[in-house]
Every structure is written in C-alpha cells, then in structure tokens.
Design a binder for this molecule. Sequence first.
Ligand code: SF4
Ligand code: SF4
Length: 273
Amino acid sequence: MSWETDLKGHPCFNRSASTRYGRVHLPVAPRCNVKCRYCDRRGDCPNESGPGAASRVLCPDEALAELKRLMARDQRIRVAAVAGPGDPLANEETFHTLDLVHREFPELIKCLSTNGLLLSDRVPMLKALGVKSVTVTVNAVDPRVAEPVYEWVRYRDETYRGRQAAARLVLNQLEGIWRAVRLGLAVKVNTVLIPGVNEGHVAEISRVVKGLGVRLMNVMPLVPRAGFRDLPAPGAAMMRAARTAAGAFTPQMDWCRQCRADAAGLLGECGRI
Ligand code: SF4
Ligand code: SF4
C-alpha cells in the first residue's frame, strides 16, 4: 500500500483530512538529548508545539488508558502520536507506549516527532512498532548555519558543543531521514525560521530533504525565548517568502497548529487528553 493510501486519514500529511480526522498526542517523553537555543524547557518541545506550559507527563499504561477513553468517545481519531514534551526518541517510554497502542489499535496511524538525533538508530524499531510517519525538525543542513542554533548535543554518552554538535546533529538527521524513507516511513520536516540565522537557508534545506525523499515541509516561525529571546519573530512577509522559496522543492504544509504534546481531537479544536 502506498504511503498516500496509508496516510489518507492523517490530518498533518493530508490537508483534506485535517478538517475531518483527528490525532492524539500521548505525552510520555519528558527528556531531551539536545539543547536548542529557542527552548527554555518550561513548555513542550517548541519544534512541534506553540508556547505554553508543559503537558502533564503520563506513563505508558496511563497513556493507553487515556487513548482508550478518547477512542470510545471520538470516532474521528485516526492518529496516535508521541510529540514530547521532550524528544520522543530519547525516552524508552515512547517505544513502550507505541507497542501498547499498536497491539490495542493496529488500525491507528502511529506517528512521532523528533529532533532526529537518534532517528537512524531507532528507525528499525519504529518500523517494527507500526509507525507510519515521522516529523523531523531540521533547522539547517549545513553545520555552519546550524551551529548557533544548538547549545549542546548529547549522543552515545558524549556531549558535543559548537560546530561539532551541529555537525553531529545534521549528519544524524539526514542519515535518519534517508533510512526512514528507505524503510517506507513517510517523513515530514519541520523548520523553525530564525531571522538572521537560517532565513536564507530554508530553500537549501528543502532541496536537500526532497532529495532524501521527504514528502512535506512545515516552516514554522521562531517564538523568541530562552537564548533567542532578543531575536525578532519572523513577520508574515518573511514567512511567505521562505515558504515560497522552500516550496520550489518540497510541498509545504501551511495548516500546522503547533499543537501541545497532549493535544487530542481535530487540529483546530484545541482539545487535550
Ligand atoms: Fe527543546 Fe525540543 Fe530542542 Fe529538545 S528538541 S531542546 S525539547 S526544542
Ligand atoms: Fe499536525 Fe502540526 Fe499539530 Fe503536529 S503540531 S499534530 S504537524 S498540526
């Protein structure tokens, strides 16, 4: 079955599904292995979420119980995902939860978002757990552009800083995306548009990830905070220009609602589990 058929009920991969079908984000992943400079850790991972307080963290059994409750009352749910509040792949609870969900609801589309550091290592496991779609936040494909975005990166018991951190992350992201696509997962890329940092680089990101087989790209505006609190938020004209430039390569998602890590229901309804 093609990914288009497989994912036709996914509200984030298919615009026409976004007003009819819903998703549930199961907040089972509090820890993170990267420090993005726009993240203050008091909210959900900003690579996927808008500003706000962190979601309450559930253990895998609680997450399954919440999902059962929601599935019983909302027939529109088609997707069960893990999107934080930290990086899903940096938390073993994510895999345990996806396993429970896949056994109970094999028909649901399993999905997750990640910074991509561990994607290449974990793709076979995701595939085995029935995951069909992944969102990876890629803010640069050149370590020189990525360097100011990341304070540190922790990979296999090593902590990297500066250019080394950026190079490690970019390499792992691109390798992870390549592997995920080869194993049949649908991949979407999120890019946080950071004025003065990657605003002229978005089309290049789009070109490179398109070459790896990425289906959809979502350019999101920076919410200035933490280490980037003094940067301006990108205006509407800058966002439009970036999406147009990126759209020359990869189709653009412009209906993302930057949902919480415990979002539930249709994208526009602001529901929570
Ligand atoms: Fe924060 Fe998400 Fe970056 Fe981790 S990956 S530091 S949770 S923005
Ligand atoms: Fe979909 Fe965007 Fe919400 Fe993720 S944050 S569930 S991509 S609308």
